[in-house]
Design a protein around this ligand. Structure first.
Ligand SMILES: [Zn+2]
Length: 173
C-alpha cells in the first residue's frame, strides 16, 4: 500500500509482460505503455511504500476518466467506460479491501514484475527506473459480496464476507 493524506491507499500492480501484452512484434513494450500514457498514466521515477516517504495520494488525485470496479475477486479497469483490463482471481488482504473505502486505487502497469511480492519493491523500482512502468490513480467503486457468502480475500475460504472484509472488526490478513 502507498500512504495517503487520509490513510493508506491500496495499489493494484499489473505485470504486463506475458499474457497481458496486447500487440505482437516490433516495439511491443513501448507501444503498450505509451498507449497508457495517452490515457493519463505517468512514468514515475521511483516507487515508495508506506513509511518510506511516499507521496500523499487520495481521491483528489484520480486520473480523469479512469475508474476501477471491484466485484468479488475481479477488478475491471475502465477508461471513459471502455474496458482496459479485466483481472480475475484477485488475491488481496482484508485491509486492502477496506482501504478501497478511500475511493482511490493506485494502478501500476509494468514489465518483468514476475518476482514482485508485498515485501519487496525491487522489481517495481527497477521497472520504474528503466521507464518500464506506468502509474495512475483510478476512482474505485465496489459491488459488495452478499453478507453470508464466502469472502473472496486470501483467507476467504473460511470466512463469510460479513465477518471478514465487510467487517470493521474483521481480520487484517
Ligand atoms: Zn475477506
Amino acid at each position: 500500500m502507498l500512504v495517503g493524506e487520509r490513510g493508506p491507499v491500496p495499489a493494484l500492480i499489473i505485470d504486463a509482460y506475458g499474457g497481458l501484452a496486447i500487440t505482437t512484434g516490433g516495439e511491443v513494450h513501448d507501444r503498450l505503455l505509451a498507449g497508457f500514457a495517452t490515457l493519463g498514466f505517468e512514468f514515475p521515477d521511483w516507487i515508495c511504500r508506506e513509511g518510506e516517504g511516499a507521496d500523499p495520494v487520495d481521491e483528489k488525485d484520480c486520473t480523469p476518466g479512469l475508474t476501477a470496479l471491484l466485484e468479488g475477486d475481479e477488478v475491471r479497469l475502465l477508461h471513459d467506460g471502455r474496458e482496459l483490463y479485466r483481472l480475475g482471481k484477485l488475491r488481496y488482504f482484508p485491509r486492502w479491501y477496506r482501504a478501497t473505502n478511500r475511493g482511490a486505487l493506485v494502478v501500476m502497469i509494468g514489465r518483468n514484475l514476475q518476482g514482485m511480492t508485498f515485501d519487496s519493491l525491487e522489481y517495481i523500482q527497477r521497472a520504474a527506473k528503466s521507464k518500464e512502468l506506468v502509474q495512475a490513480v483510478a476512482a474505485i467503486s465496489r459491488i459488495p459480496t452478499a453478507p453470508a457468502d464466502r469472502c473472496y480475500c486470501i483467507n476467504g475460504k473460511v470466512r463469510t464476507f460479513a465477518s471478514c472484509c465487510d467487517s470493521a472488526d474483521g481480520p487484517e490478513e
